[in-house]
Design a protein around this ligand. Structure first.
Ligand code: ADP
Ligand code: 5GP
Length: 236
């Protein structure tokens, strides 16, 4: 049996369930895992706390962290900056940090050669994915369009990964992630099937972006003519 990797890294499109799975993994074995709290320049969502979900920092402070070599990896996602503080990794001690990061960050972690187990989380189908993206209720339509656009890049990066877990039933997804962590082959979903699923999700995302943009256009036209208020979908 191989020794366990140094870190567990979850990637995948926004709304795939990375954060939910990461929190469940940590809750299942707090003696073995610790959530890696990223630094970000994005604003907190309602209910989020500095130091729990993220370290919410200014752009200047984030720039200083980058310049000072304080981040294991960092990337720009949805127009904001995100990065993994090395201090949190060091504080993890013997526990494995669980990173919920984007594909650019995962590539940097792999380049560092820290022995990470990287798993690409895939939503089970387009309908469930959109329900989860919208169901979080924290994003405006324009933000959802922006997230879907970023997700196109994440889904396009899927062929660069080896391990995939479909997040259909949450308990099963958590069990699959833990099985991968322990090195259990094979994936419940192979790379070719995962690639095909990601292509379906990409097609769905493109159609949804077009739909939301068309809605935004008609809402803007209504406002311009003095009619109803609609959700504005900006071309962000
Ligand atoms: P991500 O971190 O990938 O953006 P989240 O973990 O924030 O995704 O999950 C997005 C939404 O989907 C949340 O409201 C979460 O509760 C829900 N969710 C996650 N996994 C499942 C699942 N297996 N079944 C149903 N809902 C889920
Ligand atoms: P959210 O704003 O929804 O919490 O996260 C947006 C995206 O940023 C998600 O894809 C998430 O995985 C990614 N992200 C969060 N923290 C980090 C980080 O430290 N580094 C990188 N590269 N991406 C991150």
């Amino acid at each position: 049996m191989r020794s366990e990797p140094a870190a567990l890294v979850l990637v995948g499109p926004s709304g795939a369930g990375k954060t939910t799975i990461a929190r469940r993994v940590v809750a299942s074995r707090p003696d073995r895992f610790v959530f890696s709290v990223s630094a970000t320049t994005r604003r907190p969502r309602p209910g989020e706390e500095h130091g729990r979900e993220y370290l919410f920092v200014s752009r200047a402070d984030f720039g200083a962290m980058v310049a000072g070599g304080e981040l294991l990896e960092h990337a720009e996602v949805h127009g904001d900056h995100y990065g993994t503080p090395l201090a949190g990794i060091r504080r993890a001690g013997r526990r494995a940090p669980v990173l919920d990061i984007d594909v650019q960050g995962a590539a940097q972690v792999l380049r560092h050669g820290v022995g990470a187990c990287v798993i690409f989380i895939v939503p089970p189908d387009v309908a469930a994915w959109f329900d989860r993206l919208g169901g979080r209720g924290t994003e405006s339509p324009s933000q959802i369009v922006r997230r879907l656009r970023t997700s196109l890049g994440e889904l396009g990066g899927a062929p660069g990964f080896e391990c995939f877990v479909v997040n259909d039933a949450l308990d099963q997804a958590v069990a699959d992630v833990l099985a991968h962590w322990r090195g259990a082959p094979p994936s419940r979903i192979g790379a070719p099937e995962a690639a095909a699923l990601c292509r379906d999700l990409e097609a769905g995302a493109r159609a949804e972006i077009a739909r939301l943009r068309a809605l935004g256009g008609s809402a803007a036209a209504e406002r311009a003519s003095g009619h109803a208020h609609g959700a504005r979908v900006e071309d962000s």
